[in-house]
Design a protein around this ligand. Structure first.
Ligand code: NI
Length: 174
């Protein structure tokens, strides 16, 4: 396994739509292993392939707590089949938007179908944090970031700060 670089906003690739995967083979499993390692190291609880620069419909999630056993979830070609009318609000962050958080309201439950690590068809009903996490990651596959749900003013401010931070990092490297 190896860690990959995470793409930081603003970057045009984060706005592109990811494509479905045709088959689950060893190469894909290696990519999923790398994504999981990258996510754990960050650390984060969810990562979409586009965030390491790969435009494929692939997500890794692990919402287990620090002191709990690791519980990775791999979703290949995930499809949200239904969403509840009731909503829940979480303060969301994103590995592609380091240091920025905002309260986002989303459907509290969602039903999702996908292929698992071994290519087997699965369907789950996600609630609470897992529901929010899946929706956040599926958004990534469609080129959507959580800041898109904020006012233009707030969104522009976050992007401006990320650009400024990137420039500062470059200065240190030089
Ligand atoms: Ni994210």
């Amino acid at each position: 396994m190896s860690q990959r670089n995470i793409v930081i906003e603003p970057d045009p690739i984060l706005r592109k739509k990811s494509e479905n995967l045709e088959k689950v083979d060893d190469e894909l499993k290696k990519l999923m292993d790398d994504m999981l390692e990258t996510m754990y190291a960050a650390p984060g609880i969810g990562l979409a392939a586009v965030q390491i620069g790969i435009l494929k419909r692939l997500i890794v999630i692990d919402i287990s707590k620090k002191d709990e056993k690791k519980d990775p979830l791999f979703l290949i070609n995930p499809e949200i089949i239904s969403k509840s009318n009731n909503t829940s609000t979480y303060e969301e962050g994103c590995l592609s938007l380091p240091g920025h958080f905002a309260e986002i309201e989303r459907p509290a439950e969602c039903q999702v179908s996908y292929l698992d690590y071994n290519g087997k068809k699965k369907k789950i009903t996600a609630k609470g944090l897992l529901s929010t996490c899946i929706q956040h990651e599926v958004d990534h596959l469609n080129g959507i970031l959580f800041i898109d749900y904020l006012s233009k003013l707030k969104k522009d401010m976050i992007i401006k700060k990320l650009i400024k931070h990137r420039k500062e990092l470059k200065k240190i490297v030089l």
